[in-house]
Write a protein that binds this ligand. Structure first.
Ligand SMILES: [Fe+2]
Ligand SMILES: [Fe+2]
Length: 254
């Protein structure tokens, strides 16, 4: 599915790969070369973050639609991230790793499909606006090291989603948009599971190598994550994902 460009083709490929794996139709074999960059559709136009049009903080319907579009784009990129982890690192872990990331990939495809359907209900669609080019950077930077990938993608980026999603849910709830509120609540619950999978596999790999997980994570984040970790943190969601304050509190900026 990394070579599927069109959104619907990618969603279908993601779901069928996850289903085939679940049904035992795929071998636990990882000798396929992974593409450096996954295929992308012609639209949306991808812009560097500093050239993205301002979405504005206002409560306009247009602003909210742009926000849903941005979230759909993140989910679209997350499909590729999940299957890239399977193809690139699956062979270095027990089968359960592939079980988890196949399921994550299927979840991301579902999240994208739900948001894209919502955009259509609002008279828009995925691709109608420009999107952020840069979501693959974290994948490219960590393509050689499964510990670095787990440290940055699920345990920093997806964990960030846990921090910001409750406020986004509030924003849509505040204008009575229950359809979007419901979708985002489902995404938040699924993402706790994704962060948990990341943390569990990170800790098991650390244990195998005799590393202390928290300090190893802090080193990897300092090396491979270009942003900073800042509050507010959703401590309770992070905690239920196993990502305790012992990981992030020591390196968070206030
Ligand atoms: Fe997601
Ligand atoms: Fe996710």
């Amino acid at each position: 599915m990394l070579i599927a460009a069109e959104p619907l083709a990618k969603v279908k490929a993601a779901r069928s790969a996850a289903r085939d794996w679940r049904l035992g139709r795929l071998d636990h074999r990882f000798d396929m070369a992974m593409p450096d960059r996954p295929a992308r559709p012609d639209c949306p136009e991808l812009l560097p973050p500093n050239r993205m049009p301002k979405r504005g903080k206002g409560g306009s319907e247009r602003g909210r639609t742009a926000l849903i579009h941005a979230l759909a784009h993140i989910e679209f990129a997350a499909i590729d991230l999940a299957f890239d982890a399977v193809g690139r690192f699956g062979g270095q872990f027990p089968r359960g790793f592939t079980d988890d990331w196949m399921r994550v990939g299927a979840d991301e495809a579902m999240h994208f499909a739900l948001l894209d359907r919502r955009l259509k209900q609002l008279g828009s669609h995925y691709g109608a606006m420009p999107a952020h080019d840069g979501l693959w950077d974290a994948a490219a930077a960590t393509a050689h090291d499964p510990l670095a990938r787990l440290a940055v993608v699920p345990m920093v980026l997806e964990a960030r989603g846990l921090d910001v999603t409750p406020a986004t849910i509030e924003r849509f709830a505040g204008v009575g948009d229950t359809a979007t509120t419901r979708i985002l609540t489902r995404i938040l619950n699924d993402e706790i599971r994704h962060v948990r999978a990341g943390t569990i596999w990170f800790e098991s790999a650390c244990e195998r190598h005799g590393f202390v997980p928290e300090t190893m994570w802090q080193d990897l984040v300092a090396t491979y994550f270009r942003g900073v970790l800042k509050p507010p943190f959703n401590d309770s969601a992070r905690d239920s994902a196993g990502l305790t304050r012992g990981y992030y509190a020591p390196i968070a900026v206030s």
